[in-house]
Design a protein. Structure first.
Length: 240
């Protein structure tokens, strides 16, 4: 039997090794309470806070700035609500969404602000060469444009047909004037059947009088053959 010397104390193995963790945890809890107390009695500089949060978001690759909305409670305290900026929907933004959803890569949207927007659709997308019959593949996009237009009663829609400067040598059309005008009115008739009000629609043929680019190459002529949808704010008109 092993004898222990007088005055020698042997601590049981395993005890006391982690007791310092309890003390450390208590210290961390006290520090947390201290900083929470400091925060509760401090005043927040909202402008500086907004700037810091924007920089943090940008540094993480999110370039959309945050909006700080200050709401006053009954006690007068400022509540900071962090929300990403949401752009309001407009005619232009909805038209862009439509051409993206329908993968109409040859189409473009010109944003006119509060006055409206202009959608340009390549002539080849909507009509076969020398034809005034709508391509069935574009019906889905047209239906979406109509649904969107029905929501914006304050806008008038002018449908514009354009051609290049190549003369028509054969077929049932005597000139580009007839072709561009019939294409525009064909689209108008389709929209009327889908519920658009006649007082909100016009159709115009411009032939080759308003080219986007000079008709010097086949690529340029293809750009000039197009159908345009002009959404323009109606003056002195209420909602339908």
């Amino acid at each position: 039997m092993e004898k222990r010397g007088r005055g020698h104390f042997s601590e049981p193995e395993g005890e006391g090794e982690n007791e310092w963790l309890a003390t450390f945890a208590d210290l961390m809890t006290l520090l947390l309470c201290f900083f929470v107390l400091l925060f509760s009695v401090s005043n927040i500089d909202n402008k500086k806070f907004r700037s810091i949060m924007n920089e943090v978001r940008i540094s993480f690759g999110n370039i959309v700035p945050m909006t700080v909305i200050e709401e006053k409670e009954d006690k007068g305290d400022a509540v900071i609500n962090l929300l990403p900026k949401q752009k309001p929907k407009t005619v232009a933004s909805e038209l862009e969404q439509i051409i993206n959803d329908e993968k109409m890569s040859s189409s473009t949207v010109v944003d006119m602000g509060a006055d409206g927007a202009l959608l340009r659709v390549g002539g080849k997308v909507m009509f076969e060469s020398g034809s005034a019959e709508i391509n069935p593949k574009v019906y889905s996009a047209l239906d979406k444009i109509i649904s969107m237009a029905l929501k914006y009663h304050e806008f008038h829609l002018d449908i514009k047909g354009h051609t290049d400067n190549m003369p028509i040598s054969a077929g049932k059309f005597l000139s580009n004037w007839e072709l561009s005008a019939l294409r525009a009115t064909t689209v108008l008739r389709y929209m009327l059947k889908r519920g658009m009000g006649a007082d909100r629609l016009t159709a115009t043929g411009y032939a080759d009088t308003q080219p986007l680019v000079p008709n010097l190459t086949s690529e340029n002529r293809a750009r000039n053959r197009r159908v345009e949808f002009l959404f323009k704010k109606r003056v002195g008109k209420g909602d339908d």
